[in-house]
Design a protein around this ligand. Structure first.
Ligand code: GP9
Ligand code: MN
Length: 421
């Protein structure tokens, strides 16, 4: 109902975290390049298998002087997996408790990043080596205001370059370069990788590290496909550096969701050397987040946060205040950032407490703790946020509210049909 929008507005205004003046606008006018790291969990970072780093390139980013690496960052996806991650990053709204918001709510009104930035002169595009209808992307991207969607039809999908869900990451990045070069700067672009996807098949010639030896095939191969992804990303960075884009682009890399589900707890316990209790399982939902801003001093950041928080963080770096937007996350770099990470099922993690299915644990030690006032308050905040975000999406409430200075998206202006010249 239409009155709900007032409740939502009051909530987001009360929880708004104002930008940190040390970072606000520090990336103003720069390109934005997202790299979506398929199924990439944070435990891979700096993990050594057979005495070797699994992802040496991504590891090196944790030491890069212009990169923020967030080591207490969690995915918050539900059944919509990749699509939920994309949805949160583009909108700072939660995915739905059931199903995928991409497939069911593609025609809603949104005030997403490509539209916000499009009105500031940015060109936006998504690059992905699978076909455009997967996850209903070709519909919802119009509602987000993406100018271009380079799907599989733009790539050479020959059988030796294709595996599992689509084009392998190395040819994908390579063939993306000439497409990227057609775009006018500044641009807002996203590269969605897919070689590191369950059940982690890999061609022999692409495997540059031996599999793990837990005896669980998908867990064992996960390290090989993660290594392949790491190499593909490194090659793309080489291009960014050599073309000069590196010096005028904010680059953000994030893991979309877990790669190893709890059907593989047995093998995972061998990998991390401890039993996968419900507490450990929650801790394993960390995914990496890297944000590189030329000219800004980065570092390893320990604040807790999740996918819902990335959009306000980015907009503030670009010098765009989020005060008038309906966004449920808060700027990770703001001193007022809210460190309560809500999972889609209502469980949550904070620096002090991990709440799972009505049980509470000390986030540092994993020891059980009793429910106290702080937990009660956090639980209420989580419930309110999920519930209000769901109201926005189910009720298509952004129809009834247009932020100051924002022009509603006209979906009919977008068309992703690929016409050969
Ligand atoms: C396919 C890809 C995979 O296009 O993005 O989605 P997922 O199975 O991870 O949700
Ligand atoms: Mn995914």
């Amino acid at each position: 109902n239409k009155n709900d929008i007032t409740t939502v507005l009051n909530h987001v205004q009360a929880t708004y975290a104002k930008p940190n003046p040390a970072y606000f606008g520090k990336g103003k006018g720069m390109n934005v390049i997202y790299i979506h790291l398929e199924s990439f969990q944070n435990f891979l970072i700096n993990y050594k298998l057979h005495g070797q780093e699994v992802t040496p390139f991504l590891n090196s980013l944790t030491r890069d002087k212009n990169t923020f690496y967030f080591d207490n960052f969690f995915h918050q996806t539900g059944q919509g997996k990749t699509s939920d991650a994309e949805f949160m990053l583009e909108n700072s709204l939660f995915g739905l408790p059931q199903g995928s918001v991409f497939t069911t709510k593609g025609q809603n009104t949104y005030q997403a990043a490509p539209a916000i930035l499009g009105q500031q002169g940015y060109t936006s595009a998504v690059f992905h080596g699978n076909y455009k209808t997967f996850w209903n992307r070709d519909e919802i991207y119009k509602s987000f205001g993406f100018d271009h969607f380079f799907d599989a039809s733009y790539y050479d999908m020959n059988s030796k370059d294709v595996l599992n869900y689509g084009l392998k990451d190395k040819p994908f990045f390579k063939e993306s370069i000439p497409l990227l070069e057609t775009l006018k700067e500044p641009f807002y672009v996203k590269f969605i990788t897919l070689s590191n996807h369950f059940p982690y098949p890999i061609d022999q010639e692409d495997a540059t590290i031996e599999p793990a030896d837990t005896g669980d095939g998908s867990v064992d191969r996960y390290f090989q496909t993660a290594r392949y992804l790491d190499e593909a990303v490194k090659q793309f960075f080489d291009y960014l550096k050599q073309s000069g884009l590196y010096d005028r682009s904010i680059i953000i890399l994030y893991g979309d969701h877990y790669g190893i589900s709890d059907n593989h707890n047995q093998a995972m316990s061998q990998i991390i050397g401890k039993e996968i209790t419900p507490f450990e399982h929650a801790q394993l939902q960390r995914v990496p987040l890297f944000i590189r801003v030329p000219g800004v001093k980065g570092g390893i950041m320990h604040q807790y946060g999740g996918e819902i928080d990335v959009l306000p963080t980015l907009l503030h770096l670009l010098g765009i205040d989020t005060k008038n937007y309906i966004q449920f996350g808060t700027d990770l770099l703001s001193p007022e950032h809210q460190q309560i990470v809500a999972f889609r099922n209502g469980d949550f993690v904070t620096p002090t407490v991990t709440a799972i299915n009505g049980k509470y644990y000390d986030s540092k030690t994993g020891n059980p703790i009793k429910k106290n006032d702080e937990i009660k308050r956090d639980e209420q905040i989580v419930r309110t946020k999920l519930n209000l975000s769901d109201k926005v999406v189910y009720g298509d409430l952004l129809r009834f509210y247009t932020p100051k200075g924002f022009k509603p998206v006209d979906r009919t202006k977008y068309d992703y049909n690929h016409r050969e010249e």
